[in-house]
Design a protein around this ligand. Structure first.
Ligand SMILES: Nc1ncnc2c1ncn2[C@@H]1O[C@H](COP(=O)(O)OP(=O)(O)O)[C@@H](O)[C@H]1O
Ligand SMILES: [Mg+2]
Length: 269
């Protein structure tokens, strides 16, 4: 349903994403995994149309996200939900108004209809009855669940998640993973989940894309990833500090930095 061709993104000297081909299956959960700085968020933002690529195309059916009008992009984005790492809840709004927010923004539905829809979403995340709480009164796990309810408020076909379990205790992280899995399955939603959480990623995904330095180093179902004989994949899965994935990602020479010579850029290939 979403196809990316030779998609790349460069920020100055940093190639955040090297030309990459990707196929996202409709109705499935795709996990984009990899260490910090490997290009996961960049890829997610490109796929969601929040960022323009340096090169390449992103096909939603037969429409290229990179060349459609802003108006069309806006309409398309109404069928997408987002749960981003730092896109916190709106602090001045209570739980009800946070979840109702996209419905107020994008629809002309009567408040009675909106309130039914909000109740259904809050029931789904186990937080019905908490409508009047303010974000400051919620635990981290509850706040993520409210953000999840908000992300699916418009019954999106595609939902993008950036590190949905980060900063949560293991139980709350498990609750969010289960919610993503069950909601995606029940609603036949296409979910794209960026995570460095190996356990969460492998447990819920149908398809895993593993990134390293802006490149795909492994792709397949969770079992194929678990059994990959690529040393870098195994290092990532086991969280080992030593291995082919270097601890240091500096792009300038250490000696040059210490002697204040102008940086000679030394990009690893
Ligand atoms: N807006 C930006 N400006 C400059 N560099 C960026 C920007 N966004 C990401 N990068 C760089 O691109 C690389 C990949 O970043 P990112 O996609 O956020 O990785 P991840 O989500 O896997 O941690 C990093 O080196 C990061 O510093
Ligand atoms: Mg990120």
């Amino acid at each position: 349903m979403i196809r990316a061709e030779k998609l790349s993104k460069r920020f100055g000297d940093v190639e955040a994403l090297s030309p990459t081909d990707i196929h996202i299956r409709a109705g499935a959960i795709t996990a984009i995994m990899g260490g910090s700085g490997s290009g996961k968020t960049t890829l997610l933002r490109l796929l969601a149309g929040l960022e323009k690529p340096t090169s390449g195309h992103i096909w939603y059916g037969d429409e290229d996200l990179c060349s459609i009008s802003d108006e069309r992009l806006y309409t398309l984005r109404e069928s997408m939900g987002m749960l981003f790492q730092y896109s916190a809840l709106l602090n001045s709004l209570n739980v009800y108004d946070n979840v109702a927010f996209p419905l107020h923004e994008h629809t002309d539905l009567a408040e009675s209809v909106i309130s039914t829809m909000v109740a259904m979403k809050l029931e789904q995340v186990g937080l019905r009855g908490f409508e009047h709480l303010m974000p400051s009164e919620l635990s981290g796990g509850m706040a993520k669940r409210v953000a999840f309810a908000r992300a699916i408020a418009m019954d999106p076909k595609i939902v993008f998640f950036d590190e949905p379990t980060s900063g949560l205790d293991p139980i709350s992280a498990g609750v969010i993973s289960t919610l993503i899995h069950d909601t995606s399955t029940k609603n036949r939603m296409t979910s794209i989940v960026v995570t460095h959480d190996v356990k969460a990623g492998l447990s819920i995904a149908d398809h895993v894309i593993l990134l390293w330095q802006g490149r795909i180093i492994a792709e397949g179902d969770p079992d194929a990833i678990r059994h990959s004989d690529d040393e870098r994949v195994q290092q990532f899965l086991e969280g080992r500090p030593d291995g082919p994935i270097p601890f240091s990602r500096s792009t300038t020479s250490y000696i040059d930095d210490l002697t204040h010579k102008p940086g000679t850029v030394r990009l690893e290939s």
